[in-house]
Write a protein that binds this ligand. Structure first.
Ligand SMILES: [Zn+2]
Length: 131
């Protein structure tokens, strides 16, 4: 499956990572199957945000409430690796739910997308679409 994302959203994800540097940024990917339509930045509430992330639970709860009420679906999450590659870290693997959500990871000025599947993270290909 190929994921679609607009060049504006790719730019927005890069900006979030730069703005939050040297801490990890984090947030929610909204849209429908196969397409990221929106991002919802969240506060990283982890006590060591330089090397970990935890999406503010209030933002997460609000996003799922909007989904239940017919709004855009929560298709996944994003976070940055200020000092690392855009690949799932050991910590990411340990905290993965295996629920098929999309994870976008920003690192070394690159963005890569992964699917958090039952047997671990699998790379997802994506296509940048112009608005
Ligand atoms: Zn990570």
């Amino acid at each position: 499956m190929t994921l679609n994302i607009s060049s504006d959203l790719i730019e927005a994800l890069r900006n979030e990572a730069n703005k939050t540097h040297p801490n990890e940024c984090c947030g929610i990917l909204l849209g429908a199957a196969g397409e990221i339509a929106q991002i919802q930045p969240a506060t990283n509430v982890h006590p060591t945000p330089e090397t970990h992330f935890e999406i503010d639970p209030a933002t997460l709860i609000a996003a799922y409430k909007i989904e239940r009420e017919g709004g855009p679906n929560v298709i996944g999450y994003y976070h940055s690796h200020p000092k690392g590659l855009p690949e799932p870290s050991k910590t990411d693997q340990a905290s993965a739910a295996g629920d098929d959500k999309v994870w976008a990871i920003i690192g070394c000025d690159k963005i890569r997308f992964w699917r958090d599947g039952p047997v671990g993270f699998k790379p997802l290909s994506y296509e940048v679409v112009e608005d």
